[in-house]
Design a protein around this ligand. Structure first.
Ligand code: FES
Ligand SMILES: [Fe+2]
Length: 368
């Protein structure tokens, strides 16, 4: 693209920016559409103790009942409003740390240790949230309970599939979730990551969107080819890498992100926005073993051992990518706070589509 085209595009983006300025001012303050499944924890984070999490301003406590099923209720004792996540679990009950009141999985107060015979249990009830444990994560539905069963949960089928090796890392960023999803959909930011980026030379060639998702297709190249058992060594030895064309597809399946690079790589970012200036998310990377049919014929215990042995082998790369991204995102957030009406020129039209979808979802009328 020559300089004239770039200038024209920049001017258009600036015009659009000014025209939409009043509307765009509040993008970074928009909430979430609660009628979706969000990720609030990784399964392994929740053991025998209750775990406090926050999903869009709502303090929630997770615990496991006697069967190991996850229960999610509001993290506020109705007695004196302390956090129930400071407490313990007894059988199926959540026990408050302060005076030992006990709450059943349906949220009702089930036992008070010092209740006198003539006294009745209070009728207070904790808000209970629909929650599911699937594919290594705990998914929570903060919206209308009746919609929980009809709204699809994104799911991560590669998590347990023996033909995929997975790695994960946590993102905790002091920024509005829109900054993170824009970062993930903008493949031109690979400049930031240097040799740690799996792809190179992306060119946006197709963009589709509707009221549920945005799909951007980039023609790109990749350094990695996973066709030998030692292919993973390319992660450590750049001299082994050779560029070859690979399609790069990134999807904003509101509220989560999915990407594929050719047939060998799949990535997810599972969102759990905390509030307007804090976002928690989980970044997942899967390498496919589809090109090793002999491996698929080995006994199941061997395949399981192979998968387990290499699980999280790429987490150190994910953590580096996250460190570099978080630095940029937090600077964007801080600059937004300092200059809330500033609209910089933007050349990647994917980001306009992402912002449009965020607006549609965050301001959608909430079904009864
Ligand atoms: S504050 Fe929870 S039992 Fe008293
Ligand atoms: Fe990045």
């Amino acid at each position: 693209m020559d300089l004239i085209d770039l200038q024209a595009l920049t001017a258009v983006a600036e015009d659009n920016g000014q025209a939409e300025e009043s509307q765009a001012k509040s993008l970074r303050g928009l909430g979430i559409n609660p009628n979706h499944w969000y990720v609030v924890a990784q399964s392994q984070e929740l053991g025998a103790k209750p775990l406090g999490v926050t999903l869009w301003h709502q303090p929630i406590v997770l615990y496991r009942d006697r069967q190991g099923q996850v229960v999610a209720v509001e993290d506020r004792c109705p007695h004196r409003q302390v956090k129930l996540s400071e407490g313990t679990v007894e059988g199926d009950h959540l026990v408050c740390a302060y005076h030992g009141w006990q709450f059943a999985p349906d949220g009702r107060c089930a036992h008070i240790p010092y209740l006198e015979p003539q006294q009745k249990l209070p009728t207070c009830r904790l808000r209970r949230y629909p929650v599911k444990e699937q594919d290594g994560f705990i998914w929570l539905f903060p919206g209308e309970v009746a919609l929980a069963e009809v709204r699809p949960l994104l799911g991560v089928p590669e998590w347990d599939h023996l033909n995929f090796i997975g790695s994960s890392a946590v993102i905790d960023v002091q920024a509005h979730y829109s900054f993170l999803i824009e970062n993930l959909m903008d493949m031109y930011h690979g400049h930031l990551h240097g040799a740690a980026q799996v792809w190179a030379n992306p060119v946006l060639s197709n963009l589709h969107g509707d009221d549920q998702r945005v799909h951007a297709h980039y023609d790109a190249e990749s350094y990695y080819r996973i066709d030998k058992l030692w292919s993973a060594t390319q992660l450590l030895i750049p001299a082994l890498r050779q560029l070859h064309p690979e399609p790069l597809d990134v999807y904003y399946h509101y509220p989560h992100w999915v990407a594929t690079l050719g047939k060998d790589f799949k990535l997810y970012c599972l969102f759990g926005p905390v509030d307007e200036t804090r976002t928690r998310a989980y970044l997942l990377h899967f390498t496919s073993l589809q090109q090793f049919p002999k491996l698929h014929q080995t006994p199941l215990p061997v395949r399981r051992f192979f998968k387990k042995s290499f699980t999280n082998s790429a987490s150190f790369v994910l953590r580096r990518l996250i460190r570099e991204d978080v630095l940029m995102l937090e600077q964007e957030q801080q600059a937004f706070v300092a200059h809330p009406s500033y609209r910089g020129p933007e050349l990647n039209r994917t980001l306009m589509a992402v912002q449009k979808l965020i607006r549609q979802q965050a301001t959608a009328p909430q079904e009864a």
